[in-house]
Design a protein around this ligand. Structure first.
Ligand code: HGY
Ligand code: MN
Ligand code: MN
Length: 405
């Protein structure tokens, strides 16, 4: 029953989108306002007192936890990338609500809270994990000056959303107010499916860095002789192919997802080309070593083609290891569903847990998703896997309760 409800609720949330042709729900948008209200109502139905925090996250705490005991926090995010699937983030919030519902009257040695973060993807303002970093105490007021593709400053988007921009940092939870954070999330990779497992334990979340890289040459007529050209788009193209070669050889996932060219005209040699780079690795050291090789090649290309190279880092996150006792609790939860030898996985995808790791210890439960597909409308999960995920997360909470009882 509850897995069916999770899938039905995911379908309902998917209808709140900025676009007609698919799912897009960014931070501080009217779509987020709507899904936050719905999630808050579902939290209340599950026996939680719910409230919006100063950073547009939705929080919930069991009614019976009307004291100031530290809480075990369960959650994930409700924002999406453009053209998203129905389950990235959303599944984790809905599974957390189901577990809270089942444990609404359970006698636990800690309080139980649920959170729905508002900006895990970071696609609107360029940096990511804004909601979870605010809750973890890492908010930077400088982010208020970030702006989106339409030139809307975060400060103004926050005001329009109903926040007080100067108060966003007050979402910070006191150190010691949490005993840990557990996040259920689709794997966003093919490993569980390849190994025919429904669930997996995350050992660590990969280190990541996002950059904006640009080449500046000279816009010229497309009749310009080759030897007189300083073609920024050609430089960027060669750089992007080099990034793939170097990152692949070194096993560091790298993605160039965006490129912008000026003057962007058919018969004009590009004077300017700017592209994004999302670079990851199981460790920050590995990520940085791969970047060193990439940077060297980008500079070589600039020299060869007479271009000016500029690189700006827009987001950096170290690897986030799961705490051993929380990994053990997740493994015990999976074992309680009948999988006696739970699979351990590194998460190459980033998660809010990376931000929460600055405040408390983290653990993650992965759920099989068809073909490992994510950040795409074809994202899908099986109802029986969702049922196992709810059972496993509930069992993990009870394992922690028994351990710390
Ligand atoms: O980029 C990521 O890995 C996450 O989906 N935000
Ligand atoms: Mn996610
Ligand atoms: Mn995502």
């Amino acid at each position: 029953m509850t897995a069916q409800r999770v899938l039905a609720r995911a379908d309902e949330l998917s209808t709140h989108s900025a676009r007609e042709d698919g799912i897009e729900r960014a931070y501080l948008t009217p779509e987020q306002t709507r899904v936050n209200a719905i999630a808050a109502a579902w939290m209340r139905e599950a026996g939680l007192r719910s409230w919006p925090d100063e950073a547009a996250n939705v929080c919930g705490r069991r009614h019976i936890d009307d004291d100031d005991r530290p809480a075990l926090l369960l959650g994930s995010h409700l924002d999406t990338v453009p053209g998203a699937g129905r389950y990235d983030g959303i599944l984790g919030v809905l599974v957390a609500i189901e577990v809270a519902d089942r444990l609404r009257d359970a006698d636990l040695p800690f309080a139980l809270e649920v959170v729905a973060f508002g900006d895990e993807e970071g696609t609107r303002f360029g940096t990511t994990l804004l909601g979870s970093r605010a809750l973890a105490g890492g908010w930077k007021d400088a982010w208020l000056d970030l702006s989106d593709a339409d030139g809307i400053a975060l400060r103004d988007a926050a005001t329009t959303f109903g926040l007080i921009p100067e108060n966003i940092g007050n979402a910070a939870r006191a150190p010691g107010s949490l005993v840990g954070y557990l996040e259920c999330h689709i794997e966003q990779g093919p490993r569980l499916e390849d190994l025919d497992r429904a669930l997996g334990v995350v050992t660590t979340i990969a280190a990541a860095e996002r950059r904006v890289i640009s080449y500046r040459g000279e816009a010229r007529h497309s009749a310009t002789p080759w030897e007189l050209r300083r073609d920024a788009l050609l430089g960027a193209s060669e750089g992007i192919v080099a990034i793939e070669r170097i990152a692949r050889d070194r096993g560091s996932p790298a993605t160039v997802g965006r490129i912008r060219v000026e003057p962007d005209a058919v018969n004009v040699i590009a004077g300017f080309a700017e592209f994004s780079l999302d670079l990851r690795d199981a460790t920050a050291a590995g990520r940085d070593a791969t970047w060193g090789h990439i940077r060297h090649e980008l500079h070589r290309i600039a020299g060869d083609k007479g271009l000016d190279l500029e690189v700006t880092s827009t987001h950096v996150a170290p690897e986030a290891p799961s705490a051993p006792h929380l990994q053990a609790a997740i493994a015990a939860g999976i074992a309680a569903t009948g999988d006696a030898d739970p699979i351990e996985l590194v998460s190459i995808a980033g998660h809010d847990a990376m931000a929460i790791a600055d405040l408390t210890e983290i653990g993650m439960l992965f759920v099989r998703c068809a073909g490992g597909i994510s950040h795409h409308a074809d994202e899908s999960v099986r109802e029986d896997d969702v049922a196992l995920a709810i059972d496993a997360l509930e069992a993990a909470v009870l394992h922690l309760a028994a351990e710390s009882g």
